[in-house]
Design a protein around this ligand. Structure first.
Ligand SMILES: [Fe+2]
Ligand SMILES: [Fe+2]
Length: 186
């Protein structure tokens, strides 16, 4: 028994991950790095949303996606303003999380026939994206406030509110127009 115990304790070694030599050194750097990720994510969404809209059939859903596409373009410009406020050139750095969420959305399109079921899948994928954005903007607004970047915090909050709004509209579309029909189509 003793030998097993020993084995267990060594296998659950909880090490502290060693940072890469160029890893973010402080909150300012973390803020900037996260902005670059988010800038990549928003730009990727301006390309992904039209594909979602093209594959949707519910008029409410198409309208919701197209409306959020216009907002998303504004999110890109707001992030450019935030970069400007901190005296940095807008730079996009691939966001692995958003890439994965967009890939998942594409997978749903491949797995479903066009119609109510695909619409339900598009809503599901889109809401995961909105929730990721809500989490990220919430964090970055807080970072901006902590760093005393009031104007940046306000810009990030404006986008945060629009992401929450988009999420709410998607829930309404799912409840009112899509999910019931998708279940009936079974
Ligand atoms: Fe956005
Ligand atoms: Fe969004």
């Amino acid at each position: 028994m003793k030998t097993t115990d020993k084995k267990n304790t060594t296998s659950v070694k909880r090490g502290v991950t060693k940072p890469k030599s160029n890893a973010a050194a402080g909150l300012t750097e973390l803020f900037e790095e996260s902005l670059k990720d988010l800038y990549w994510a928003e730009k990727a969404l301006t390309k992904a949303l039209p594909v979602m809209a093209k594959n949707a059939t519910s008029e409410e859903l198409i309208a919701a996606i197209n409306n959020h596409l216009v907002e998303t373009e504004e999110h890109v410009s707001r992030l450019e303003k935030v970069f400007e406020l901190i005296g940095k050139k807008p730079t996009a750095k691939k966001c692995d999380a958003m890439e994965g969420l967009i890939e998942e959305g594409k997978g749903i399109l491949e797995e479903t026939e066009i119609g109510v079921v695909r619409d339900a899948g598009i809503i599901a994928a889109s809401q995961k994206i909105e929730h990721y954005e809500i989490a990220t903007y919430g964090t970055l607004r807080q970072f901006a406030e902590t760093l005393g970047l009031e104007e940046a915090a306000t810009l990030l909050e404006q986008t945060l509110d629009e992401e929450k709004g988009a999420d709410k509209i998607l829930t309404e579309v799912a409840v009112n127009a899509v999910n019931l029909e998708a279940a009936e189509a079974e």
